[in-house]
Design a protein around this ligand. Sequence first.
Ligand code: NAP
Length: 257
Amino acid sequence: MAKKLFDLTNKIAIVTGARRGIGRGIALMLAQAGAKVVVSDLNLEECQKVVDEIKKIGSDGLAVKCDVTNQKEVNEMIRKTIEKFGRVDILVNNAGIAPFKPFLEITEDEWNKVLDVNLKGYYLCAQAAAKEMIKNGWGRIINIASIAMGQVGFGFPNLTHYCASKGGIVAFTEALALELAPKGINVNAISPGVIATEMAKPVLEDEKTFKTILARVPKGRVGQPEDIAAAVVFLASEEADYITGATLVVDGGWLAG
Ligand code: NAP
């Protein structure tokens, strides 16, 4: 029989910020590909609802409350994953915030909060997960960045802290990929364009902004969480073994324009 491609059967995945939006889409598609998925976010009940959906798909999951900025909670998330499933194979760093604010009005606390969730959280989860992956000589760390990562010929005003964090994620991904490649762990980033979620609501609900964005997207539509989830499944698979340190742009062609 022909080998099933992109098969994640019996892989153990953790997705942060997975109660809704892109994270939820990723968790469900990883489960469809056969992975058992730890669904983590700030709200445990909401995570449990996603786990219920995963079980309906025919896979298994675990809901874990985890604030990615809190090292104790991150370590606890890894501990619970090992307790239930025995190991960690795939980490998707996805939890993020994007509070729109003009640069001159951003307070130090607001700046720190965005960098803490979007960048420090990725470090804490990646480090804790990598320590487990190293034991098996195999792993995939996938960092959700954004086309707001810089150096792309297009800017995002009122999101300076967010853009700084997303640029940081790409640099972090490249450096970490170098350190972990000899240990069998691939580290990649995905940079989504505009995806229809709560986070993008301020952009999508403003008719003028929405039209401006659509005009820039050759595919003629905004993205859906499944568009990002498919890229995650690919990067998590055996077939993506030779891809590390890369940033995959999933934006309907926006940056090609
Ligand atoms: P979303 O719908 O707002 O979902 C993000 C989730 O992360 C929420 O459930 C949120 O919980 C959670 N979260 C926030 N702070 C957290 C923390 N400290 N610890 C754990 N979880 C936390 O956003 P999304 O659009 O799905 O975005 C997911 C990722 O894609 C983010 O990294 C984002 O930057 C990136 N992205 C999104 C777009 C887009 O257009 N949507 C484009 C490019 C990149 P609460 O709601 O309770 O705060």
